[in-house]
Design a protein. Sequence first.
Length: 268
Amino acid sequence: MENLKSEVATQLEDLSENVDAETLEKINKIKDRLYEKSQDKTVDENIDRLNKVNKGLSFYQRFKQSFESDLSIDPGRLMGLTDGIFGMVMTLLIFGIALPEMQIANYSDFISFITSLAPTVGVTIVSFVLISSFWVYHHEFIKVNRLNIPYLWYNIFFLICISFIPFTTSLIGHYSQFFLSEFIFGLNIFLTLITFLIIFRYAYNRGFLENRPSKREKKYIYNTFFIIMGLTVIVNLLDFNVSNNFIYLFLLVPVISTIRDINFRMNS
């Protein structure tokens, strides 16, 4: 039984490596429960219990290792897919600007039509700038030399968020008077930021990044995205409650990023 206890303890220790604080706390609770319950049971009962725990841990370890093992996929193909989707999304933005269904017969109607397009064109430019910024961030911070299944799907979820930007842009361009359209657009940008941080954090923790950033660089990246998240919330509130023109505050994203990048490099 002592050998079995030792084997279970070893597996728990292996699971304790490279896990977050919450998971580590759960593992420690399992250790405590095993120790406490073993005091009140017979030897045979303890052996049966330890066998069940050992079997469960062995299966979990095998599944975890298989699930998180590196894939034989060239990371360059994922980067190619990412670039292709970014290019398509940027192109699709222009389709949100449509010509009128009726033929324009005179110059005054044409001027009125062009004037009516101004809000849609403005939001399209804002979205293009935001998508361009995300593309820059992805190429600057996410350079991986290998990947696995979780990272692959995290990246795909990020691309899903990017792909919805033309739709939410069109929504806010035509129905900005409704708070729900503002909320959907803001949520789209917010989820894009969140999924980006998830893939960066996962790649960093798994050692997938070609040039592993220092703690200072990691903090700089996180803080940059937290600032943009805060800006997203502020813009949505101001845009609906004060004026639709506050949507143009999103044009500050590349300005903020550039200033922070220059300041970071000057102090490195």
